[in-house]
Design a protein around this ligand. Structure first.
Ligand code: SF4
Length: 433
């Protein structure tokens, strides 16, 4: 059985597979990790990464920072400071300067999504969509391993004013009692599955006393990064009993599993974890962005969704890489993402067509790229709101001029004239700008 060990830039030399990583790659990892910290554990190293294919292996690129994640200039600056043995303050200043240029607060999360109770902002919650609230437990600020494309990199980098965290479920319950329209609470982080079962229970049990709450979701990558959490940790039985208790209360418990590559599920530990979770009555839904170097081909998505269906996981979302951090390295143009989605989707039976996307989780809402069409002689993207900051936007279709290079909604302009998109004025009003 794999015992838990975690590797970061500080102890990468202790990784048993250290000698498989070329020296130049090690230098790049140590340099880029100053900006985007990495964390890999023994399960990832022993069961997921193909060490005979470094650096191209997708699971290696998903786990270890790459030189190209920084611009050439930034990499050069940082690399020179480190090589010259510059004082720690000078290195930190350069790192912070680079980090603050990487859009660390995408989609205005901090300003637009933070709710308040009794006039006080609730910094451990986000309420963007009418029916659902995100909650960030204080003890879930890390993950079992970090994904190199993670949009929550500012939390791991210690950018204090960009953290979301709360240790009080009392505030969450108070908020839910004032907002009966909220049906879902989504536990997120980091990864809530890093918490001991007792801590997770202390957050969840009070919620079971809120009759208007119908669904509890837990966003997690533990199925991939540390499936032993559900199989062989001392308190895994307590965890599964908690899941049963939630289901027994008449609510749906959904594990929102972040799965980026089929290999993450192709091991007996992950399969056992899925079986154990499902035996509690919880459902597992899967989501991931489509990202360059890791899963940017239809065959990978088809294999991933097929494996999920076989195990009883419901394919839920294909996202587009968010406009933060090393976006340039990972982003896939909208047109290419749509092609990948469609080719994989066409190979699925009806059961697999539960998946939605490719979708942008952006400031106005979740916007899916539904297709490309020619209307009145103009080639356009057909876009659709799956979720909206204003719920009246949900289901609305709108059009943008076709752009082969666009990777995000900010790159798009409305089709058929120079009017702004229909939601822009209201979005500005909601933003107070
Ligand atoms: S599991 Fe999610 S929150 Fe954790 S590092 Fe990966 S993308 Fe980020």
């Amino acid at each position: 059985m794999t015992s838990y060990r975690s590797y970061t830039a500080a102890n990468i030399h202790e990784l048993p597979q250290y000698d498989s990583i070329p020296e130049e790659q090690i230098r790049a990892i140590r340099t880029v990790a100053r900006v985007y910290p990495f964390r890999v554990n023994s399960h990832v190293a022993e069961h997921l990464i193909d060490w005979s294919n470094i650096p191209d292996d997708p699971l290696f690129r998903l786990s270890f920072p790459q030189a190209e994640m920084l611009s050439e200039d930034d990499y050069g600056t940082l690399s020179a400071l480190l090589t010259q043995g510059a004082p720690a303050e000078a290195v930190s200043a350069a790192v912070r300067e680079i980090q603050f240029r990487q859009n660390p607060n995408p989609a205005g999360q901090k300003e637009l999504n933070t709710p308040s109770l009794d006039g006080e902002p609730l910094h451990g919650m986000q309420h963007k969509y009418r029916e659902s609230v995100l909650f960030f437990p204080l003890e879930a600020q890390v993950c079992h391993a970090y994904c190199t494309y993670c949009f929550r990199w500012p939390q791991f980098s210690g950018l204090e004013n960009l953290r979301f965290q709360d240790d009080s479920v009392t505030r969450l319950v108070g908020y839910l009692r004032l907002h009966p329209e909220v049906r879902d609470v989504i536990f997120t982080g980091g990864d809530p599955m890093v918490m001991p079962s007792e801590t997770l229970a202390s957050y969840i049990r009070p919620l079971l006393q809120v009759p208007t709450l119908k669904t509890i979701r837990i966003g997690t990558k533990a199925l991939s990064w540390w499936p032993l959490r559900f199989v062989a940790e001392p308190d895994n039985d307590a965890l599964l009993a908690l899941f049963e208790e939630i289901v027994g209360s008449g609510r749906q418990l959904a594990l929102m599993a972040h799965i980026s590559h089929p290999r993450e599920l192709e091991n007996p530990l992950a399969e056992t974890a899925v079986r154990r979770i499902r035996s509690t009555g919880a459902v597992i839904r899967s989501q991931s962005p489509v990202v360059r170097h890791i899963n940017d081909d239809a065959g990978t998505w088809e294999a991933m969704w097929q494996k999920q269906l076989q195990l009883g996981i419901i394919p839920y979302y294909m996202f587009l890489e968010r406009d933060t951090g090393p976006k340039e390295y990972f982003a896939v143009p909208l047109v290419e993402a749509l092609g990948i989605f469609n080719r994989a989707y066409r190979r699925m039976s009806g059961l697999g067509r539960t998946v939605r996307g490719p979708s942008m989780s952006c400031s106005p809402g979740k916007v899916a790229v539904d297709g490309i069409a020619e209307v009145g002689g103009q080639k356009v993207f057909v876009l659709k709101f799956i979720q909206g900051r204003n719920s009246d936007w949900v289901g609305r279709v709108f059009f943008a001029r076709y752009d082969a290079d666009a990777t995000w909604i900010d790159d798009l302009v409305p089709a058929f004239g120079d009017e702004p998109f229909f939601f822009e004025a209201e979005l500005r009003r909601l933003s107070g700008s």
